[in-house]
Design a binder for this molecule. Structure first.
Ligand code: GDP
Ligand code: MG
Length: 180
């Protein structure tokens, strides 16, 4: 009998400034829990999420950043062979939004796919349980921002209240699969 069951393994990066909620988002997505007292990640951390995608299996290997956020960039080795990325900011801290373009540039300058394209990146406006004043008050047009900066989409997320994290991941996976 032929086995048509296809499997995909994707390395997904989760980057952004310190304290924006990267580790919390991964914990929520993979382990379905949330806690307010994570220690800062030291070293590279991985988590695996398995999805049933139509009749196929998708394994997402989520790479948490390693306390190197303060440098605002990562090494090529860390980015290597990634297929997608979440870039996260904290809607209550404008400086973390300002850092988004820097993270995106760092990513694109150090990693391109074999077809010459940039990897798919989804922007996460995290801590949306705290309100969305920062985005509104600054008149930031997120759709336009994503277009201008090459994000395939954006979501307001909350690791605390479990808002939109599955949706954001599905958006990324859909895009990656479609472009394979
Ligand atoms: P990281 O440095 O980007 O990995 O951020 P952490 O995941 O360690 O989160 C930093 C702090 O923000 C912690 O105190 C978290 O509890 C808090 N936090 C993370 N996500 C959320 C969220 O969606 N809403 C709120 N209110 N707090 C969050
Ligand atoms: Mg962390």
């Amino acid at each position: 009998m032929q086995n048509n069951q296809k499997e995909h393994l994707y390395k997904i990066l989760v980057i952004g400034d310190l304290g924006v909620g990267k580790t919390s988002i991964i914990k929520r997505y993979v382990h379905q829990n949330y806690s307010t007292n994570y220690r800062a990640t030291i070293g590279v951390d991985f988590a695996l999420k398995v999805l049933n995608w139509d009749s196929e299996t998708v394994r997402l290997q989520l790479w948490d950043i390693a306390g190197q956020e303060r440098f605002g960039n990562m090494t090529r080795v860390y980015y290597r062979e990634a297929m997608g990325a979440f870039i996260v900011f904290d809607i209550t801290r404008p400086t973390t939004f300002e850092a988004v373009t820097k993270w995106k540039e760092d990513l694109d300058s150090k990693l391109t796919l074999s077809n010459g394209k940039n990897i798919a990146a989804v922007l996460l406006a995290n801590k949306c349980d705290q309100g969305r004043d920062m985005l509104l008050n600054n008149g930031i047009k997120m759709d336009q921002f994503c277009k201008d900066n090459g994000f395939v989409g954006w979501f307001e997320t909350s690791a605390k209240d479990n808002i939109n994290i599955d949706q954001a991941a599905n958006c990324l996976v859909k895009y990656i699969i479609a472009s394979e």
